[in-house]
Design a protein around this ligand. Sequence first.
Ligand code: NAP
Length: 648
Amino acid sequence: MNLTKNYPPIMASDEELRAALEAAHVPSLMNALVHVSGDISHIRGDIRPVAALFQDPQGGISREDQARGRAIAFEVLKAYRDGGSQIPPRPSDDAIEEMTDYIIGEGVPRDYKQFLHAELRIDGQDPYAHPSFDGIPEQVRQDFHVVIIGAGMSGLLAAIRLDQEHIPYTIIEKNSEAGGTWWQNQYPGCRVDNQNHIYSYSFEPYDWPYWYSNRQVLFEYFNHCADKYGIRPKIRFNTAVDSARFDESTGRWTVTVRPKGGAPEEIVASAVISAVGQLNRPRLPAIIGRESFEGVAFHSGEWRHDVDLTGKRVGVVGTGASAFQFVPEIAQQASEVVIFQRTPPWMGPQPIYRQPIPEGKHWLLKHVPFYYEWYRFALFWRSSEGMLKSVTVDPEWTEPGSVSRANQLMRQTMTAYITRELQDAPDILAHAIPDYPPGGKRMVVDDGNWLRALKRDNVRVVVDPIAAITPTGITTQGGQAEAFDVIVYATGFQASNFLMPMDVYGRDGVELHDRWAGTARAYKGITIPGYPNLFMLYGPNTNIVVNGSTIFFAECEMRYVMGCIHMLLSQGKAAMDVRREVHDAYNEWIDQGNALKAWGTFGVTSWYKNTDGHVTQNWPFTLLEFWTQTREPDPGDYEFIEARVPVG
Ligand code: NAP
């Protein structure tokens, strides 16, 4: 894809221009001015972001300097407008490098240069696409049929990339709609906690209405992509995959699918791409008496819109990211909300979390050449490696509740925030500071909504552990009995049970879950020894806690998968199977990395770990490392399989 953008000419009046500039991210704006004017001196003055203050929304640029930057921008954009909106030739590579250094406030580390330049996409390139399938005959591509499981963010991406290279595929989707987690999670208040200009496909920018959009907007975005790229006709909705079986003689998979209410069918596939996500199979807690409750009970991921909560007494089990978002919403309806908290969450303050993007910002993103690109780039950098250091274990560190000095500083900052917000509610504050280190579990993004909700008269937090669920409600170990009309389980998903409930049989006929024996593993999160041409997206150890977005990971993974398919087709091989020793060495390295992260430390429990305490979900290293790992498959990592029986 050529992603070169056309910018509509600026027609705004002086007044409109001035108003729009008020919403500017000044560092991105100054770089855009270099494109618009061809004059690098705009970034050589004293209006400069400060590296140490990069997390500041304006990169640490003072208010006065921001105003000066806007005044300069006004003159430059006015001249650009009056000159017919002609964009000068692109700045030189050296200038782009200087602009990159400028926006992050320091010299870009050398090993990051290529990675960041690709992410910036200044020349309209498509850095996550495989470079070229040009030499591969059309018929060879057409003979390679792929089954993609899941039509969520990763599955749609897989389809878009395969389509680009004319490789046929079918998507099998268990739900009646595309959108994956954004279709499934319909609880009130559901929204993304990664800023949307990076939580979006690199090749598909969007006019986001919010900085962090709600579930409906995300659902619409992914459906827009499904339509724009012509994916929808190739999705088989309401169809589940029962099993997949590899046939060594043909090098192909037989995938057994079951349309809702219909008979099983078999599809033969050259490759299977699993894009089933990690967070869609609800996990209901094993609490005594759960089945005995006589009111209505449901899981946050299977929200019952038919149940009107107005005036109801509602019990909520769990205080993770889902509860954090829906409790403030339902508290406005229910007569009473009682939250059963086992562990409080760490929260990072973000005042714009639920705010719409102002009009001026929409205008800038659309009209000012390269403003969008630099803005996305600034966000990408800000959310990339910065926080990783703060969750890395210092083996010498002995203070409880933190894993290093930087982690302790993070703890102090968030503790101060929670304490300030709850200074008028000491009873709630007494149970609101987590004792595990920040980064041990998923941190939630907060604009004060959650803590405000906890202070409402109709909301209570119960910290006494649950003893049982009874026909009328919940009783605690201390003997407290609470009666409810409705219980909502915000108890998370069966994330570490990758690919369940499918049965997947590999080369030796062994079922994958039996092989894994409770600990899912894969090479780069993508390939598994003994299961040739089965490629996982968002597989084991590809989840992130504090840096980047899952879409970045999916794009890297899919580029790697396209590299694998390219290798198969160009070498005329039927299938490729990752070598066990390569896979094992890789996973040892991953384990060592996770042991040195806050979420891997002893005593911290979360969905990142399986029941054995093994971190099956998370990527413990930098984004640069994952990008580098997934640029190109190494043929030496794989054993190639020739088809013995002609495929007919
Ligand atoms: P979760 O993070 O796994 O939280 C589950 C909650 O239920 C925890 O508070 C847990 O307590 C509690 N719990 C589990 N079993 C329990 C039991 N038997 N008794 C009492 N409490 C119990 O689940 P989630 O909130 O659905 O979030 C899952 C993941 O989805 C998040 O980490 C995030 O990655 C993603 N998510 C993202 C967003 C977003 O982008 N905005 C929103 C929602 C979800 P303990 O902590 O003590 O185990």
